[in-house]
Write a protein that binds this ligand. Structure first.
Ligand SMILES: *[C@@H]1O[C@H](CO)[C@@H](O)[C@H](O)[C@H]1NC(C)=O
Ligand SMILES: *[C@@H]1O[C@H](CO)[C@@H](O)[C@H](O)[C@H]1NC(C)=O
Ligand SMILES: *[C@@H]1O[C@H](CO)[C@@H](O)[C@H](O)[C@H]1NC(C)=O
Ligand SMILES: *[C@@H]1O[C@H](CO)[C@@H](O)[C@H](O)[C@H]1NC(C)=O
Ligand SMILES: [Cu+2]
Length: 163
């Protein structure tokens, strides 16, 4: 009898937990747990334009910008705005560099392109900081010249919201 009750209880708890987990909002999953203190005005994810009104261009110090505009949190998104190539503007792009060393050197060999020269137009290219990891962003144009000599690079380590 006791065993049967226990089984029923366990099944019930699983049902509760899966319902809670299924309740969308993957960035805030703990928010749904019954024993988690509910804060009705929990901080909403931010959407930040990289460089502010400067957008994404050659020669602006984005490391400095990131330091002054951080911290960023998991779930926040960065928006890269730059004009598509049209003959008069310099094309830009967005790459993720795999580690600090390639970030320092602007070594694009193992970099991952996340936005090409056309994706910064209009509302810009939006990138969500989904994971708790360092992100190293850089422009990949002119074989790293924009990154090395144009300071088109910056690191971001998103923090976890505990509220
Ligand atoms: C929630 O928002 C209200 C009004 O906007 C404010 O007075 C209160 O301090 C906030 N609570 C927390 C925990 O931030
Ligand atoms: C960019 O800003 C960072 C942080 O303020 C500073 O350490 C760095 O020297 C600057 N880079 C250039 C090229 O001015
Ligand atoms: C290219 O884009 C820039 C910035 O949007 C604009 O000022 C310029 O007139 C455009 N040039 C051509 C040839 O369309
Ligand atoms: C670009 O920067 C590197 C060092 O980061 C320097 O050696 C090189 O001369 C610079 N090139 C130009 C064209 O400014
Ligand atoms: Cu560039």
């Amino acid at each position: 009898m006791a065993v049967k009750t226990l089984v029923v209880l366990v099944v019930f708890m699983f049902a509760m937990i899966s319902t809670a987990m299924a309740n969308k909002n993957p960035d805030n999953w703990n928010y749904n747990w019954p024993w988690y203190p509910h804060n009705t005005n929990a901080t909403q994810p931010k959407k930040v334009v990289v460089g502010g009104s400067e957008n994404w261009h050659f020669g602006f110090n984005y490391t400095d910008w990131a330091l002054k505009n951080g911290p960023f949190y998991i779930g926040d998104s960065l928006v890269f705005k730059y004009d598509p190539p049209n003959g008069t503007t310099f094309p830009h792009s967005v790459y993720l560099l795999p580690n600090y060393w390639s970030f320092l050197k602007c070594d694009l060999r193992w970099a991952k392109k996340i936005a090409d020269v056309n994706q910064g137009g209009g509302g810009g290219f939006e990138f969500v900081l989904k994971r708790w990891q360092p992100y190293y962003f850089a422009c990949g144009e002119k074989a790293g010249f924009h990154c090395r000599n144009g300071t088109m690079k910056f690191p971001v380590m998103p923090l976890i919201h505990w509220d």
